[in-house]
Write a protein that binds this ligand. Structure first.
Ligand code: SF4
Ligand code: ZN
Length: 713
């Protein structure tokens, strides 16, 4: 029997199960029962993407069986086996969908202590946007089946993790990982998807949604999907022997999407260069796979006793596992980057003042401050906050270290495991030094680190640091769209949204929330031909809308002609485009003439009758959609928020948690713009209502300013 036959047998098997499950479901629930996957606006995404049908009922699911069957032609041609492979993936999605038709939570923690993930929400797909474009996640691996041993499984998973590769697991390897104490979950980027091979449907669903969300790929357009997944999604598969026919059929689907498969199963396997790789030494799979998918990993060698990888960013350290904690809300702690004359800096010096970590007790709360002193002829004080904000990300990448906050409101935890591995105070210095020197080499010639754990000295240093922070805040206040000479483009997201361009101004940060005007300025300096280019602002056409001839030219050039013109301050007239990784989405609420804003973290409903996922699906992929706009959290309190339509006084509804984080600044801006006190209290949230009519009552009761504004349409 050849490989073709194995694919056909596997796809028949998957199809037969899908057919049986779907038919049983129709019998159980009836054809009119609703069929919806949780937290997605893309229906059953594989069916929607490849067949172009929006399945919303169990009966429609049953009707789609024929479309899947039609893909599975038993012809001995390469084209047919790959189509059968895609059909297999869709059949897998159908099998999984049957579970979700009965309960919204078929997965979750089971008796064996593994929290199987199952379906991915749209928010999770979107969350991947920024780490993918920045290269923090250079790719994805799907590990299928048990590895030769549990130890090897753990080693391979950690190997991928240390390279930043996002790990999906299916089948026996999950129990192996559990037995080796591997931390699993979406935040640590090691995800136990499901026990059965059909759970692969969730991964393909994630992939096709990424393509629709970021790439604006249209349902039914196979070529566009193949092109997108091949060019922009660096995924690959590692399938451990013995590989059954059904897995072989899934592998054919993966190859069709452009994802190479590496296996040690030699039974009727053919080698297909760069696509199907039979490699018996499973211990070499990481290098083999990365090479096959063309993934190059940038490593910074840091002399520390624990691992360093973006995979550890989401790691949480509980009190019981904690060796030491620095808590800036209780004692004097801070982090600071300062410019100094190069002659005053001894490169790579790490100076510790006070006790080291082994001189404190277990679980002790300590004072801790860290200052990076940097110098170089291209260094500007404006880059200090840019580097300083990255400390959070640098320290979180350390295995066994958790960092939150910034400036003098930081909290750092070091785990017992990291301490026992030899983690000491100076290692924070090693990390900071290495990262600053590698990421900012164009502006930093020399860097030295001062660490202090002495309470009295920390108090004194903190007072000095606060002067620096205050001075910076003053500078930020004077940074307005009017006060600067240039804006910047950012096209980092073009890796996934080929025609998207952000225009970043002092009062409008990039919609991902990660790129401010200062960041863009630093990026331009560090990488002159990189994603951030200067947009002069010499030819203003319309001040109210923020129309500039220069901005038009920039978006035309950098969107490669896909975009003609954008305004900076309007949501209705030529609004800025969205890629897919926006923190918030804002949409017009027609009854009140206001806007509703919701964010990725908020899973609930809004008064528009849409969730975040549904609102987010209205825009994206670099397209202009008047009435909907993706934006960063900080833009909510900007004086330029919807300036053309009356400003932030248009905001009528926000999720409570988001409202609380922006409350003070929002109130401050509202006071300045409209003379209103406590504006945040006039804005409804989910604890008030999720209904448009009740929303109007609330706004009337609170005399919300939107009621005096002109209609939006
Ligand atoms: Fe993407 Fe815009 Fe953020 Fe740049 S500023 S990373 S283009 S969302
Ligand atoms: Zn983006």
């Amino acid at each position: 029997m050849g490989l073709f036959e194995r694919v056909f047998r596997g796809s028949d098997e998957m199809y037969a199960k899908a057919e049986a499950d779907v038919n049983a479901l129709v019998k159980e629930l009836g054809p009119d029962a609703p069929m919806k996957m949780p937290d997605t606006a893309y229906f059953l995404a594989c069916i929607y993407a490849y067949i172009g049908k929006k399945v919303t009922t169990v009966g429609e699911l049953q009707a789609a069986l024929a479309d899947v069957k039609a893909l599975m032609l038993r012809e001995p041609r390469t084209h047919s086996i790959f189509n059968s492979g895609v059909g297999t993936a869709i059949a897998a999605e159908m099998i999984e969908a049957c579970k979700y038709a009965k309960t919204a939570t078929p997965y979750g923690e089971k008796d064996d202590n593994v929290n199987y993930h199952g379906h991915f929400s749209d928010a999770e797909v979107r969350e991947l946007g920024v780490p993918l474009v920045t290269g923090d996640i250079p790719g994805f691996v799907v590990l299928i089946g048990p590895a030769p041993s549990a130890e090897e499984a753990a080693e391979t998973i950690k190997g991928y993790q240390s390279r930043g590769i996002f790990v999906f697991m299916i089948g026996g390897i999950i129990q192996q990982a559990r037995s080796q104490g591997i931390k699993m979950g979406f935040p640590v980027r090691v995800v136990p998807v499901g026990e059965d091979i059909w759970s692969v449907g969730h991964i393909i669903s994630l992939v096709v949604r990424a393509s629709m969300i970021f790439g604006n790929t249209q349902p039914g357009d196979w070529d566009a999907f193949m092109d997108y997944t091949f060019k922009r999604i660096n995924a690959f598969v590692n399938a451990y022997a013995p590989v059954n026919d059904i897995t072989v059929a899934c592998g054919a689907g993966a190859i069709k999407l452009g994802f190479p498969v590496v296996t040690n199963d030699t039974n009727d396997m053919w080698r297909v260069p760069k696509s199907l790789i039979v490699y018996e030494n499973t211990k070499d799979w990481i290098e083999t796979s990365l090479e096959a998918r063309g993934i190059k990993i940038k490593v910074t060698n840091i002399d520390i006793p624990v691992a360093f990888s973006s995979a550890f960013e989401g790691e949480i350290i509980r009190k019981a596992d904690m060796q030491i904690e620095a808590d800036g809300s209780r004692v004097d702690c801070f982090e600071l980057v300062r410019t100094k004359d190069v002659h005053e800096i001894e490169d790579h010096a790490i100076i510790l003042e006070g006790k080291d970590f082994d001189e404190f007790g277990v679980g002790e709360k300590i004072t801790f401050s860290i200052i990076a002193e940097v110098g170089g002829k291209n260094m500007q004080p404006d880059f200090e906050p840019v580097m300083e904000r990255k400390i959070h990300n640098f320290f979180n990448c350390i295995e066994g270290v958790m960092h939150t906050g910034q400036r003098d409101m930081i909290r750092i935890r070091v785990s017992k495991a990291a301490f026992e591995a030899g983690w000491r105070a100076k290692h924070f210095g090693e990390v900071l030094y290495a990262k600053i020197k590698s990421e900012y080499d164009a502006v930093v010639d020399k860097c030295q680190i001062r660490i202090c754990t002495d309470p009295d000295k920390c108090k004194e240093l903190r007072a000095e640091a606060n002067h620096v922070f205050d001075a910076r805040d003053e500078r930020l206040k004077t940074l307005t769209d009017e006060s600067v000479d240039v804006f910047y483009t950012c096209i980092l997201c073009q890796a996934f949204s080929p025609s998207h361009v952000c225009i970043v101004t002092p009062e409008r940060l990039g919609l991902c929330g990660a790129v401010s005007w200062l960041d863009a300025k630093a990026t331009k300096q560090l990488d002159p031909n990189g994603p951030c280019q200067i947009v002069p602002k010499t030819r203003c056409i319309d001040e109210r809308l923020g129309r500039y001839e220069d901005v038009y030219e920039a978006v035309q050039e950098y969107s490669h002609g896909a975009l003609e013109k954008v305004t900076l301050y309007s949501i209705m007239e030529d609004p800025m485009t969205s890629c897919g990784c926006f923190e918030c989405i804002c949409g017009i609420e027609p009854v009140s003439n206001g806007v509703v804003i919701t964010n990725r973290e908020h899973a609930g409903m809004t008064p528009l009758g849409m969730t975040f996922s549904e609102m987010a699906s209205m825009t994206g992929g670099g397209v202009q959609t008047p009435g909907f706009m993706g934006h960063g959290k900080n833009f909510i309190y900007s004086k330029k928020f919807m300036k053309a339509e009356g400003g932030l006084g248009r905001i009528v509804w926000l999720p409570k948690a988001l409202k609380d984080t922006v409350r003070d600044k929002l109130n401050e801006s509202a006071k300045e713009l409209m003379g209103i006190d406590n504006f945040a209290d006039m804005i409804a949230d989910e604890t008030v209502t999720e209904d448009a009519e009740e929303l109007m009552n609330f706004l009337t009761e609170h005399n919300h300013p939107v009621l005096q504004m002109d209609p939006l349409m």
